[in-house]
Design a protein around this ligand. Structure first.
Ligand SMILES: [Zn+2]
Ligand SMILES: [Zn+2]
Length: 206
């Protein structure tokens, strides 16, 4: 499995292209922009882009999806509780951001426990509300894409629409800290970490 990370826009949001080496199928997680670099990675690796997956519906994680979908024809996937936000530029905050207003349709809505397949890989959908109602983390073997739920030594904000502090804490403690300590954490902002490190050092989850 090949993971490529891109740090995008003024918001420094992380986007990941995850490719299956054997089949050349790939997914893109949280395209907050569509950059030339991202397009050339997809083209140079000869990837067939299957899905564009949002960990949640904030503008800094979704604003590049329209262009990518037009170029590569992939389906947009997000949790069912995030569909309205992705459609509404006010709620997804793109109306306040330095990008075009974003209003997108979700092609397939997701629920906790769903499995998304690409190539010979399986992505487990873990519903982790708290930063937003339909926030999800995506787990592929021992790699967790944690969106704006869990950051290195920190957690996502809970003061936006649908945010809830108690909920994010119980999502993280109940569904993420129970994963193997070896699980790598690829957050929506910041550097890579692991569940083991966060268990020891994250002040919000001790
Ligand atoms: Zn967010
Ligand atoms: Zn974000």
């Amino acid at each position: 499995m090949n993971i490529k990370k891109f740090v995008l826009s003024d918001f420094q949001s992380n986007c990941y292209i995850v490719g299956c080496e054997e089949t050349k199928e790939a997914v893109i997680i949280d395209p907050g922009q569509c950059t030339e670099e991202m397009v050339s990675v997809i083209e140079e690796e000869n990837y067939v882009l299957k899905n564009i997956i949002f960990t949640h519906g904030h503008g800094d994680h979704i604003a590049g999806a329209k262009e990518l979908k037009e170029k590569f024809g992939a389906d947009i996937l997000a949790h069912e509780a995030e569909v309205e936000m992705i459609k509404d530029p006010k709620i997804n905050m793109s109306a306040m951001m330095s990008c075009d207003n974003v209003s997108l349709d979700v092609d397939k809505s997701l629920r906790d426990g769903d499995v998304i397949e690409f190539g010979d890989k399986k992505i487990e959908v873990i519903h982790t509300p708290g930063h937003s109602k339909g926030g999800i983390c995506l787990k592929i073997n021992e790699h967790l894409f944690s969106g704006d739920t869990l950051f290195p030594r920190s957690i996502g904000r809970t003061d936006f629409v649908g945010g809830d502090y108690d909920e994010i804490i119980s999502s993280i403690k109940g569904k993420l800290m129970t994963l193997s300590g070896k699980t790598k954490v690829h957050p929506g902002h910041g550097n890579v970490s692991s569940i083991g490190k966060e268990k020891l050092m994250n002040p919000f989850v001790k």
